[in-house]
Design a protein around this ligand. Structure first.
Ligand SMILES: NC(=O)C1=CN([C@@H]2O[C@H](COP(=O)(O)OP(=O)(O)OC[C@H]3O[C@@H](n4cnc5c(N)ncnc54)[C@H](O)[C@@H]3O)[C@@H](O)[C@H]2O)[C@@H](O)CC1
Ligand SMILES: Nc1ncnc2c1ncn2[C@@H]1O[C@H](COP(=O)(O)OP(=O)(O)O)[C@@H](O)[C@H]1O
Ligand SMILES: [K+]
Length: 466
């Protein structure tokens, strides 16, 4: 039985090759592993095809090899199967797989019209964009079938970055990831091409240094003897636009902390359940019981906000920086001893990267470099949220409802995160817990919710983690 970590890890092409090599070194011949992987993938295809005819497009590498084995398994199961292979197999395992098939192979797809199409042209070994001929063949076959399944990763997609290398690549209904998730399964734009994703386990063990997919956290209810302070006091510093900090506080009250205090000069829209401290922020934060502080939502950007930020940075506990605080913070202000979580969206990530002189390509590389340089955990928000720690850990959030693309949902995320940190989670864990609870709260809300409704659903999302 594979461990949870092995099923949630995300591997680079090199890590995947090394993992396969370890399986070979343990005594399994290469072709046996191909047969195991392809046999399990074929079982998915058989169930999805449900008696319909299948066309398999096979390339020259091991992805193509998998295709021949899948075709063989489906034919044995009684399905009508056609193989299109524009090139002969080149790897030893792919050659053995063709021999196993032993039937006709079409070299062009001109006359093929079928029901289910399986793309085994290229997988994780793709090194450059598809030739015009390959790209046209892939698109044509996908268009001429009722449904399309990609094996491992759709052809034309860079496995390690999630870049789509060719224009007009087809959109797949199902993608069967072999052995482990790859970055392309988690990141845009590639993820958008893949439809429903399924992982086909092949016995790859968990790698300590691998990135992971954020999975549902396991949270505990308050202990029998807990009281509000033992569960954690989260302080949220408001500013000129108190609505944003109220949203964060509404979420924080439902995410685990025992006490949420909103430090803001006025909060006319705060409910009676919220503790509002209208004294000066210096006074409000001068409380040794505070475990974590959030500053940024609705803070504004002026002299007074900088002073408030400096005060928050003097609190010795944990800190969440969001929104305006990410524009105001300077590298020299960060105490290396503090546990800081920053939650930038793309614009804020740009601003932080400029400040910390980060030059790297892509959100993943930028988030990792920024975390390493700044000492902060970076939760780079978006449809494919990436969490990176200064120690090099990386987690990628599962897809969340796109209904989250409204104003105020980031405030809710920051509120959940500070609550988790007040409750005792380290910043990386808190960020993972927060993005999961945030996505789940959105699923609970259904379409077209307000950010207050999202905050109000956080408790029900948390209930699913107990
Ligand atoms: N070793 C094994 O037995 C296993 C292999 N697996 C399969 O193996 C795949 C990876 O196999 P490979 O490393 O052979 O890679 P691919 O099958 O993706 O193809 C790589 C080959 O195509 C060439 N190539 C790359 N991009 C090209 C392009 N745009 N146009 C033309 N040629 C191009 C490469 O030079 C190389 O010869 C995985 O995606 C997976 O399907 C899995 O079944 C797990 C087990
Ligand atoms: N298309 C989308 N799909 C999934 N999540 C999204 C999408 N767009 C935005 N989000 C999420 O919504 C939140 C928006 O945050 P942010 O831009 O800071 O909003 P605000 O500052 O208005 O509160 C983030 O958590 C982000 O990950
Ligand atoms: K493929």
């Amino acid at each position: 039985m594979a461990s949870d970590n092995a099923l949630s890890q995300i591997l680079t092409t090199q890590q995947m090759r090394d993992a396969e090599q370890r399986i070979f070194d343990a005594g399994m011949p290469e072709f046996d592993l191909m047969q195991l992987a392809s046999g399990r993938a074929a079982e998915w295809v058989r169930r999805i095809a449900a008696g319909r005819s299948v066309t398999v497009l096979c390339g020259p590498g091991n992805n193509g090899g998998d295709g021949y084995v899948i075709a063989h398994c489906l034919q044995k199961a009684g399905l009508e199967v056609t193989i299109v292979a524009p090139e002969a197999p080149k790897t030893p395992s792919a050659k053995q797989a063709l021999a196993l098939w032993g039937d006709d192979v079409l070299t062009s797809g001109g006359s093929v019209q079928g029901e289910v199409f399986v793309d085994c042209l290229f997988g994780s070994g793709l090194t450059r964009k598809l030739s015009g001929e390959h790209s046209l063949l892939l698109r044509d076959l996908a268009e001429r079938h009722q449904m399309a399944i990609a094996l491992d990763v759709p052809s034309g997609i860079a496995s390690d970055s999630g870049a789509v290398l060719n224009e007009r690549l087809p959109r797949f209904d199902v993608t069967l990831a072999l052995g482990a998730w790859k970055f392309a399964h988690c990141l845009l734009p590639a993820r958008d091409k893949m439809g429903t994703q399924r992982l086909v386990p092949i016995g790859v063990s968990a790698l300590e240094e691998a990135a992971v997919r954020v999975t549902k956290p396991k949270l505990a209810p308050p202990a029998f003897a807990d009281h509000k302070y033992s569960r954690g006091l989260a302080a949220i510093v408001g500013g000129d636009m108190p609505g944003a900090s109220v949203l964060a506080a509404q979420a924080a009250m439902r995410a685990g902390a025992g006490y949420v205090k909103l430090a803001v000069h006025e909060a006319p829209n705060a409910g009676p359940e919220l503790v509002v401290d209208t004294s000066h922020v210096r006074v409000a934060l001068d409380d040794k019981r505070i475990n974590a502080v959030l500053i940024g939502p609705g803070l504004a950007r002026h002299e007074g906000s900088i002073k408030a930020l400096e005060t928050a940075l003097k609190c010795k506990g944990a800190l969440v920086l969001d929104a305006d605080a990410l524009h105001l913070v300077e590298p020299h202000m960060l105490d290396p001893q503090m546990s800081v979580l920053a939650t930038p969206h793309d614009g804020e990530l740009d601003a932080l990267c400029r400040k910390f002189a980060i030059v790297a390509d892509g959100r993943m590389a930028r988030a990792k470099a920024l975390a390493a340089m700044s000492g902060m955990v970076i939760c780079a928000k978006g449809p494919d949220t990436i969490i990176a720690s200064p120690q090099g850990e990386v987690a990628i959030a599962p897809p969340a409802p796109s209904w989250l693309s409204i104003a105020g949902t980031g405030d809710v995320l920051a509120g959940i995160a500070v609550s988790r940190m007040a409750n005792g989670s380290d910043p990386f864990t808190a960020a993972c817990e927060a993005v999961w609870l945030h996505g789940e709260a959105a699923r609970i809300c259904g379409p077209a919710f307000t950010s207050l409704e999202l905050a109000q659903s956080v408790g029900r999302a948390l209930a699913r983690c107990l």
